[in-house]
Design a protein around this ligand. Structure first.
Ligand code: GDP
Ligand code: MG
Length: 166
């Protein structure tokens, strides 16, 4: 199984930490360099039975007012062309304009979208249920997966679930 996966989400939600854990230090460091090209490969996870290719979507992480129409189109096209979108949010922070902006962009996309609730190591499990219920009202996510990219909780299971959609 193989496919292209775009990880989107506001700055600091843990996208790089997740990639680091999944793919390894070297490539993730590369991905933090300023990026000018579109659809940049952030890392590739190759296993015996699968290949997951993680793609950056420049433009979709940034607030609306800083973006030109062209950049926005590029970002939106990337989301349409990948096999799966991982929308990562921070469990510690509430739903804000950054999340609203991204969900708005997702409305016109038919690509399956997972909600990844990261940093669950920082919250009480009771709070997680409230977060999940809130997000279910906003968008029809194919899967909602709580993880800790830092500690690794549930990351392996997420990778298995990703493969089920490829
Ligand atoms: P990005 O901007 O989305 O790429 O976010 P980063 O991966 O750079 O992470 C931002 C900060 O959040 C860093 O200080 C990370 O160590 C921290 N972080 C990322 N994932 C987790 C997590 O699962 N738990 C905790 N406690 N911190 C995390
Ligand atoms: Mg990053």
């Amino acid at each position: 199984k193989s496919g292209f996966i775009s990880i989107i989400g506001r700055p600091n939600v843990g996208k790089s930490t997740f990639l680091n854990r999944v793919i390894g230090q070297k490539i993730a460091i590369m991905s933090d360099k300023p990026q000018t090209t579109r659809n940049k490969v952030q890392g590739v996870l190759t296993e015996q039975d699968s290949q997951l290719i993680f793609i950056d979507t420049p433009g979709i992480h940034k607030p609306k007012h800083k973006l030109g129409d062209f950049m926005m189109k590029v970002a939106q096209n990337t989301l349409k062309e990948v096999d799966l979108v991982l929308f990562m949010v921070n469990a510690e922070e509430g739903f804000g304009p950054g999340e609203e902006f991204i969900i708005e962009k997702l409305q016109s996309v038919r690509t399956p979208v997972f909600l990844i609730i990261n940093k669950i190591d920082l919250i009480h499990p009771d709070k997680l249920l409230t977060i999940i219920e809130g997000y279910k009202e906003k968008y029809e996510f194919k899967e909602i997966v709580p993880i800790s990219a830092l500690e690794g909780n549930n990351v392996e299971r997420l990778l298995e679930t990703i493969k089920d959609y490829l």
